[in-house]
Design a protein around this ligand. Structure first.
Ligand code: BMA
Length: 339
């Protein structure tokens, strides 16, 4: 029996829609996608690649807002149902540890992860080249930047939602300073959220067309009794540019550089108008997932065509079955990634 269970809190108000009979994919899109349209707030033309979490009796989120001057920053949003969002009109003001304003030059692709009683926001920023920024908040009023975890060039920093063997764990994707034509997912550990080491390779691109150029971590890994479920993006290159799809893998619970299972097929690829048409066409870019441990329901949040936010649903059991049916994890995934 391959029964799987999400380990975590129940979330009875998770957004949800039943799967339509016609869909043969393990993820199905919310019928009202996209949930955030163009020009959502003054001076911001597009919101996409954003992350959400439950907060108080509703939800909170960090949103990539592309300003009308072309510079991306992170905006806070609130919602009662995780589908209709009120986005603050002013970007999040980050400070240093002394409370002095300390803004990144730009900030994009935020992730939001709660570890113990602290919320961490990770994003991509300039540090003499693309690199990962991180800040902590407990109240979503003050946001204190921490030391940048890694040297440039790096993107797609994704923290695990709990320590493993008493260490914070973060995925990242070392890259170049441009539209990186390569990239594998690595994992690093830290005792104090300041010094990161024990770097290990988790997984790389494959020969499947949809992830044969590069991959990068997506949503914060979801804890299950069978390992960590990771949603990630896989990229192929075409004569019309990159195409971004969603992939799924299961990582070992105590040693997540070991990939137990990896789905050889994409679980979502650009097919709808809001994924195929926009500022950058053909992009589905996952950054967050909500889960309900009681029902196994999962709502994935993904950026669409660098223009919109979309939601797609799945349930842990049918997704796990799909991953196992299409499992391609081989020797290099099963090793701990140390050389
Ligand atoms: C990546 C990131 C994402 C973006 C994607 C497609 O390199 O910059 O923010 O969604 O490209 O343009």
């Amino acid at each position: 029996m391959n029964k799987i269970k999400i380990i975590g809190s129940s979330l009875p108000n998770i957004p949800w829609q039943e799967k339509s009979e016609s869909s043969s994919f393990p993820l199905w899109r919310y019928s009202q996608n996209p949930i955030i349209d163009r020009n959502p707030i003054p001076n911001v033309s597009r919101i996409f690649n954003s992350a959400v979490l439950p907060y108080n009796d509703g939800f909170i989120g960090v949103f990539r807002g592309e300003q009308t001057d072309g510079i991306p920053h992170i905006y806070l949003g609130h919602s009662k149902d995780a589908l209709n969002w009120q986005i603050d009109h002013e970007k999040i003001l980050f400070t240093d540890e002394n409370g002095i304003p300390f803004m990144p030059v730009y900030a994009y692709d935020p992730r939001l992860v709660k570890v113990d009683d602290t919320y961490y926001i990770m994003w991509c920023q300039d540090c003499f080249g693309a690199s990962i920024g991180i800040a902590a908040t407990k109240d979503f009023k003050t946001f204190t930047r921490l030391e940048n975890p890694f040297l440039p060039f790096n993107r797609n920093g994704v923290l695990f939602p709990r320590k493993i063997n008493d260490r914070f764990m973060m995925l990242s994707r070392p890259s170049d300073s441009g539209h990186t034509p390569f990239g594998d997912i690595f994992i690093s550990e830290s005792k104090d959220m300041e010094y990161w080491g024990h770097h290990r390779h988790v997984m790389g691109k494959t020969s499947q067309w949809w992830e044969n150029t590069k991959i990068g971590g997506g949503a914060a890994p979801i804890e299950t009794d069978k390992g960590w479920l990771l949603f990630y993006h896989g990229v192929t290159n075409t004569c019309n540019g990159f195409v971004y799809s969603l992939g799924a893998a299961i990582l070992d619970i105590n040693n997540p550089s070991v990939v137990l299972h990896r789905c050889s097929r994409y679980i979502l690829t650009p097919e709808q108008w809001y994924e195929e048409r926009g500022f950058v066409p053909n992009v589905c870019f996952p950054c967050a997932a909500l889960t309900d441990s009681d029902t196994g329901r999962i709502a994935v949040y993904y950026g669409c065509a660098d223009t919109y936010v979309g939601v797609a649903f799945t349930d842990i059991q049918s997704l796990y079955n799909y991953i196992l049916e299409n499992d391609s994890a081989g020797e290099s995934e099963h090793e701990i990634g140390r050389r």
